[in-house]
Design a protein around this ligand. Structure first.
Ligand code: SF4
Length: 338
């Protein structure tokens, strides 16, 4: 089965799977980011890592890139020039308030479907798409349900594994020893400072941040990075699903994922504030890549709108060389909160 690689959360895995192809949301390695074809100056480290991952991906049958930011558009240009894989640029509108915009997104899914058929996929029936959507929705619900029984890092890794491998990866409720181990973990760790992390997507090595926070007496109870909960679509509305599953899918993704690329991005803050309150968060780690103008511009707005201490950590993408500095800053932040 051919693998379709992508990274943007607005690409619905269910749509690719329903075409008989294997969706895989790649998580770049920061090593690739350092040695990417994209050069370093001015290029978002995540974009560099993504390009490196795609160009070395020999399992890939095609790649899907979206227009959520200018740097990703640039990534598409580089991938089409430097890489043999067929590539598709999916337009994801920045505005979201009107039904017409939602229809535009749905049309892009149809266009993506035609691309997938040209590259080995089969046109899905409504029943087939609906069945896959239900399967993914159950897997997602099971991951969410396991949050408190997993360490913050394991929870983040489950979400990443789900993006990479689909529902087959979500052994959350089936793996009894894991549940037992993590129930013990939760019992031992009731006295922690609850934190949130928000920002763009994380690269593989950056999952160390969850450990660093735990080692400093905190716990990330809300992973609002793009690779975390914030990048998961809304729960499926299963009523009448078989009649028009594609519109339901578009609603769950385009209407359900809140991102900084949205204009306006007020719903991102509504979502974030609700979760901060629900989980009694006491401080926020703001994680951003250097050369990401979009998240950089958001820092001031976040500080204005949310009345919690914020630790701004920027990264050039080389986590290993930055780890000590990051740990020191998180440690100082935790001392202030304790
Ligand atoms: S981190 Fe910023 S520049 Fe990088 S891909 Fe995301 S939005 Fe684009």
């Amino acid at each position: 089965m051919r693998t379709i690689v992508y990274t943007c959360p607005y690409v619905p895995a269910e749509w690719i799977a329903a075409h008989g192809l294997r969706p895989s949301r790649v998580m770049p390695d920061s090593v690739g980011s350092v040695f990417s074809l994209a050069g370093r100056e001015g290029v978002c480290p995540y974009v560099r890592g993504f390009i490196a991952e795609v160009t070395k991906n020999d399992r890939g049958g095609a790649v899907v890139v979206t227009t959520v930011c200018d740097q990703m558009r640039r990534a598409f240009d580089i991938v089409t020039r430097k890489c043999e894989l067929p590539a598709f640029l999916m337009n994801v509108p920045n505005t979201w308030q009107s039904a017409a915009v939602q229809e535009l997104y749905t049309d892009e899914l149809r266009r993506l479907g035609r691309f997938l058929i040209r590259h080995g996929g089969k046109s899905p029936s409504n029943d087939a798409l609906a069945a896959i959507m239900l399967e993914y929705d159950i897997a997602r619900t099971s991951i969410f349900a396991a949050r408190e029984r997993l360490s913050a890092r394991e929870y983040a890794e489950r979400i990443a594994a789900f993006g990479r491998d689909g529902p087959s990866s979500s052994c959350v409720l089936r793996d009894a020893s894991c549940v037992e181990r993590n129930t013990q973990y939760a019992i031992r760790n009731t006295r922690y400072v609850p934190l949130a992390i928000i920002g763009g997507p994380l690269m593989k090595q950056e999952f160390r941040i969850f450990d660093i926070v735990a080692e400093s007496g905190g716990r990330i109870v809300l992973d609002a990075t793009e690779t975390g909960e914030r990048g998961m679509c809304a729960p499926l509305d299963a009523e009448g699903l078989r009649e028009d599953p594609l519109s339901k899918l578009a609603r769950a993704y385009f209407g359900g994922i809140q991102d900084v690329s949205r204009r306006p991005d007020s719903e991102l803050y509504d979502w974030f504030e609700e979760k901060l309150t629900e989980r009694a968060v006491r401080g926020i780690i703001f994680r951003r890549y250097v050369w990401c103008d979009m998240w950089h511009a958001e820092l001031g707005r976040l500080k204005d709108l949310i009345d919690l201490p914020v630790l701004d950590i920027d990264t050039a993408g080389d986590f290993e060389s930055e780890e000590n500095r990051t740990a020191g800053r998180i440690g100082a932040f935790m001392e202030m909160l304790q």
